[in-house]
Write a protein of this length. Sequence first.
Length: 461
Amino acid sequence: MAPTQNPISSRQVAVIGAGAAGLVTARELRREGHSVVVFDREKQVGGLWIYSPKADSDLLSLDPTRSIAHSSLYESLRTNLPRECMGFRDFPFVPRGDYESRDSRRYPSHREVLAYLQDFAREFEIEEMVRFETEVVRVEPVNGKWKVRSKNSGGFSEDEIFDAVVVCSGHFVEPNIAQVPGIKSWPGKQSHSHNYRVPDPFINKVVVVIGNFASGADISRDIAKVAKEVHIASRAREFDTYEKISVPQNNLWTHSEIDKANADGSIVFKNGKVVYADNIVYCTGYKYYFPFLETNGYISNNENCVEPLYKHVFPPVFAPGLSFVGLPGLAINFTMFEIQSKWVAAILSGRITLPSPDKMMEDILAWYARLDALGIPKRKTHKLADFQCEYLNWIAKECGLSPVEQWREQQAIRGFQRLVSIPETYRDEWDDDDLIQEAYGDFARKKLISFRPSYYLESRR
Ligand SMILES: Cc1cc2nc3c(=O)[nH]c(=O)nc-3n(C[C@H](O)[C@H](O)[C@H](O)COP(=O)(O)OP(=O)(O)OC[C@H]3O[C@@H](n4cnc5c(N)ncnc54)[C@H](O)[C@@H]3O)c2cc1C
């Protein structure tokens, strides 16, 4: 829909979260002329990129009374995307500041991502909008506006009225635990990757890691450095899979999924192999969770599908007063946060209009029908990896923005292919220098970097 000629209005907007999504949302809202308050439980910006050795008090994260750690980072974590395609479009994730004290690798450590987000917040003076150590405990619609209740570290609680609320609270805190037949009587220790930090608790243990995507691949190899044996259970593999993976300790295997866990400590895989294990680590992903949101049942979360949401952002009945930035799972997250938040900001000001609630519902149902026709289950409603540029370019067009750069899309695709085919080395071996060159050329043309485009590649040789 084309931008309208409506007068631009400024709104009072609450943003929940000062992670990557909340930071760029705050910037875009302010750029559009809105007045913004960002709430965050933490003491600093960065969201899940703030590493803490502390984990949840319940390592499976099932106990509702547990103390909760927001971050899911492990000490050894490096990005799973090349930095050029990971950053915001107008503030590239290039090596910055004092080169020596920063991590200039193409797939840097989590510390470098936090430093980048801190640079971003400083550059665009975001911190002045943030109320740190302030948790939003309730958000509800009241007479066309939004009541936000928050509490700070002193226990103080207050209600405030906003014209709109943008939810940027992340979705990597509430673990999804795979169902293993017989697990209730299995005597070993269980934990979720959300609570994995370092391999030390697994010294000389026999460990089963369930899940073999980005975190599972990393964590199994991290644990293999100190464990006696590590066995990966992968639902994506054929039932007879049994492969030894080459690691220096010679102690890592991939299996098909688990058939059964038994009271004698054994784990039986569908390939027929039996392992007596001390630990299970679930690398089985996360669930959407918005405990503060009270919409009288209008917004529901069934099978990890938050609905109804127009373009995964606006619940039709509450649009544009309530929106979500950062909900879909796709590779180029930060680009998505930037594009979605520009859209939300422009819709709130009246510069762009949304279709009627009925039309938005029609669009949502059409998306469900498309997923259905492709055989994609409901739990993958927000997994847009295969549609990411189609999705982002649709919103970009609404906002009058240029489409996602081809080099960015290609870097993400080729990075993903390397992650799957060479999980041990994909961060340090690549064959897409041409795409790096293109990215830096693009940054230079847009005057986003102050060094020669070839400098990064030359300095890496
Ligand atoms: C282990 C792991 C590795 C990843 N690696 C990569 C990667 O390499 N590259 C990549 O692009 N993406 C990666 N991701 C994806 C990740 O989603 C994004 O990088 C992104 O940083 C998430 O940003 P966010 O702002 O949506 O959420 P978060 O960073 O989680 O920020 C949400 C913020 O909201 C605050 N908050 C939540 N609830 C409340 C409340 N009620 N009141 C107040 N504040 C609240 C939290 O304190 C937090 O600061 C990874 C994810 C995980 C789990």
